[in-house]
Design a protein around this ligand. Structure first.
Ligand code: AMP
Ligand code: GLY
Length: 422
């Protein structure tokens, strides 16, 4: 069978690599992909613009694609899955309506309150003056969030009223986030430790994936600007068995039930970003997709077929599905371009030393292939991912793999995984 993965990041390289391992899969296409997917065995890139839904559909029909997996949030929110479903193409991912859980902070916060899902106290505003008035009544720090998709940059933590006012000016007046900033959510600042919880969901059925923890800040020790994620490891000891069950009961199940009541049952990866403080949990956000870079270490640990899992979800057969993991630990370290998450250089040539180590995989993210050379093309360039008998071994192998890659301006955090060994 033939598979199509939509997207071009490290997550999509990992998804395509995993699908290609199935003996039942003849070829995986990635639209548009990166240098890693271009070079991967049984995987090839397709030069179709993801916004061109008709072209994606025509390609699926021409190649008789048996399964489409949509990686990133934008095409999900824009309705690619709805469109492909209406053309009878089997697609794994949420409808545009269900993807509003990520696509609109106001939608998701209102949804949390309506269905009793624990979250920070908030108010939403679609005009500057009312939002400004509200700043006078609240405690600090506070958090100002642009409503729409802002590539992980639309959340501003404000220590004082004047910082919050600056955030409102940048969102409403300077339109720093464009249409994503036509309204804002202002919510209480939460303290605690963050954890991600990612599951495969189909209507009211859930298969939780292995636990993981991301590292969002750019600098060691969680300092500096927030990024899309600088590295992740799995399993994450912060999510113990008791907390795992609590997340399913208090967050995932009410969300799945709420979406059914709203007539938008969920299909796809569902990702809850949580703040945990003394065992109490609150939802910071939902993502309507697999995490990047969490996908990379999680999929390295997955023994089951990802293709079978996605097809079982589409066919509403998750009840009978038994997911299998290796007991080994995985660690993934993002190698980024100097300057990221702000402006960074591109088109630097990458050189690779061969590495004979077992249980490791270098996933590409912002790379492109030009004249048989691998060039950098994004802020996050690779995720060096490795398995080990414990987190320490996985971490040390991942950092060995980092050493085998070089390009001008490459940097990574040096402490990915340390939190899991505390
Ligand atoms: P979000 O996209 O809503 O998850 O926000 C991105 C990041 O901002 C989160 O991963 C947290 O580190 C931080 N953040 C968001 N909301 C809050 C909050 N209410 N309190 C503290 N930190 C927050
Ligand atoms: N790693 C966080 C995210 O995918 O949003």
């Amino acid at each position: 069978m033939y598979i199509l993965v939509v997207g071009s990041g490290g997550r999509e390289h990992a998804l395509a690599w995993k699908c290609a391992q199935d003996i039942s899969v003849s070829e995986v296409f990635v639209c548009p992909g990166n240098a890693g997917t271009a070079l991967e065995n049984k995987v090839s890139n397709v030069a179709i613009n993801v916004d061109d839904f008709t072209a994606v559909k025509d390609f699926c029909i021409e190649k008789n694609i048996a399964l489409v997996i949509v990686g990133p949030e934008q095409p999900l929110v824009d309705g690619l899955v709805d469109y492909l479903h209406s053309n009878n193409i089997r697609t794994f991912g949420p409808s545009s309506a269900a993807a509003q859980l990520e696509g609109s902070k106001k939608f998701s916060k209102d949804f949390f309150i309506k269905y009793g899902i624990p979250t920070a106290t908030y108010a939403a505003f679609d005009n500057f003056d009312n939002a400004k008035e509200y700043l006078k009544q609240i405690p600090y720090p506070t958090v100002v969030k642009a409503d729409g998709l802002a590539a992980g940059k639309g959340v501003i933590i404000c220590q004082t009223e004047s910082e919050a006012l600056e955030a409102l000016v940048s969102i409403f007046k300077d339109q720093a986030f464009g249409d994503a900033g036509t309204s804002v959510v202002i919510e209480d600042f939460l303290v605690g430790e963050e954890a991600s919880f990612i599951a495969v969901v189909s209507k009211d059925k859930i298969i939780p994936l292995a636990t993981s923890q991301d590292h969002k800040a750019v600098g060691d020790g969680d300092v500096g600007l927030n990024t899309g994620g600088m590295g992740a490891y799995s399993p994450a000891p912060i999510v113990d068995e008791e907390l795992h069950q609590k997340i399913i009961d208090e967050v995932m199940k009410p969300t799945m039930r709420g979406l059914i009541i709203e007539d938008s049952p969920y299909l796809g990866f569902l990702y809850a970003g949580l703040m945990i403080n003394n065992g109490e949990l609150k939802v910071l956000e939902f993502n309507c997709r697999f995490g990047d870079p969490e996908t990379q270490p999680i999929l390295l640990r997955l023994k089951s077929s990802l293709v079978e899992l996605c097809l079982a979800a589409i066919d509403d057969k998750l009840n009978d599905y038994q997911i299998q993991w290796t007991d080994e630990h995985a660690c993934g370290v993002v190698i980024a371009s100097q300057g990221y998450p702000e402006d960074y250089t591109k088109n630097n040539e990458v050189t690779f030393e061969s590495s004979a180590m077992d249980g490791k995989k270098l996933f590409h993210a912002g790379t492109k292939l030009q004249d048989n050379k691998v060039l950098t093309s994004g802020g996050r360039v690779f995720c060096a991912t490795a398995l080990g008998k414990d987190l320490q071994e996985a971490q040390s192998k991942a950092y060995d793999l980092v050493e085998s890659v070089s390009f001008n301006g490459a940097f990574c955090r040096k402490d990915i995984g340390n939190k899991g060994m505390k």
